[in-house]
Design a protein around this ligand. Structure first.
Ligand SMILES: [Fe+2]
Length: 307
């Protein structure tokens, strides 16, 4: 099975109108490449407004992807708290985050992508996450890593945390479903790594890198223990807007956060995952399109790992 991994599409007709076109181009390319399943690891929308969600839903529907066997999504912080559209909004943003009903936003997110939440095992409603979804011989484990708003600890709503009750649910779901599949892939929005060391991140301003450091996933020891116990083969995430693959504490990670937030103009990025027997193959493809010259160049960064 071939999987395309996208993240941080930040679809919003109001704040990021160009991202609708980028998303269509990425989906078109991935489907041309023959992927069986598409995974999006959060921040599907930019401002989390009904217009943003309806636009995202419409785009996936255009490609026939509103189907649990074709698409799996997990939530990102922008899908709950939105973001800052104009600089003048920055000062009001924490106040706005404070008024957001976290649980209601989780359920709204699910309602906009309801078809993709079929064919899953999950705790009873109103809980939305975690869930596990078997697709062929792969089990996707969808986790919510969005920390609740706090005036002191999470002023901008961007920090990562998986709450204790959710960790117990992850463990219980894996006890039921982890043994009937050959490979297990964890889907989560936040990055695990302390400091990103890629050719792209070194171009980011120091302040931005400090912010990313502060907003990584925290308190993750128990999650690591669960990942080890149930042999998680790969973690797919986003949040940090670069695309790269790396290993940490004996696990493989792939970040697709650079999909549309490209470093160079005219470039989009899509990640691919494939298993060949026990070998795991991950690839980050950069699509460079020059519309004026009607040219498309593809650059691939491939990694093959022994299972
Ligand atoms: Fe994010």
């Amino acid at each position: 099975m071939k999987i395309a991994h996208l993240s941080d599409l930040h679809i919003s007709p109001r704040s990021r109108p160009e991202n609708s076109d980028y998303t269509r181009r990425l989906l078109n390319y991935a489907l041309e490449e023959g992927v069986d399943h598409i995974v999006v690891t959060g921040d599907l929308t930019d401002l989390a407004t009904p217009d943003d969600f309806l636009e995202a839903r419409k785009i996936f529907d255009e490609f026939g992807l509103l189907n649990p066997f074709r698409l799996t999504v997990v939530i990102g912080n922008h899908d709950i708290f939105g973001g800052v559209h104009l600089a003048k909004d920055l000062i009001k943003y924490p106040g706005r985050c404070a008024t957001i009903n976290y649980e209601r936003k989780l359920n709204e997110f699910k309602s906009y992508f309801l078809e993709t939440f079929e064919n899953i095992y999950a705790p009873p409603p109103p809980k939305v996450f975690p869930f596990v979804k078997p697709i062929g011989d792969i089990l996707f484990v969808g986790v919510n890593s969005i920390a609740k708003y706090s005036k002191f600890a999470n002023l901008f709503g961007a920090k990562g945390r998986v709450y204790k009750s959710e960790l117990s649910d992850v463990e219980n779901l894996l006890k039921i479903a982890a043994h009937d599949v050959r490979k297990r892939i964890l889907l989560i929005h936040h990055h695990f790594n302390k400091q990103v060391d890629t050719q792209f991140s070194s171009r980011q301003p120091t302040l931005k890198r400090l912010e990313l450091y502060a907003n990584r996933l925290k308190y993750k020891n128990k999650l690591y223990r669960i990942m080890r116990r149930f042999n998680i083969d790969l973690v797919l995430h986003g949040h940090e807007h670069v695309s790269h693959h790396y290993s940490q504490r004996g696990f493989y990670f792939m970040n697709a956060g650079g999909c549309v937030d490209k470093i160079k103009p005219q470039e989009l990025m899509v990640n691919f995952v494939q298993f060949w027997g026990d070998q795991l193959y991950t690839e980050i493809r950069t699509i460079h399109e020059d519309k004026l010259k009607n040219q498309r160049k593809i650059f691939a960064d491939t990694l093959v790992l022994n299972g």
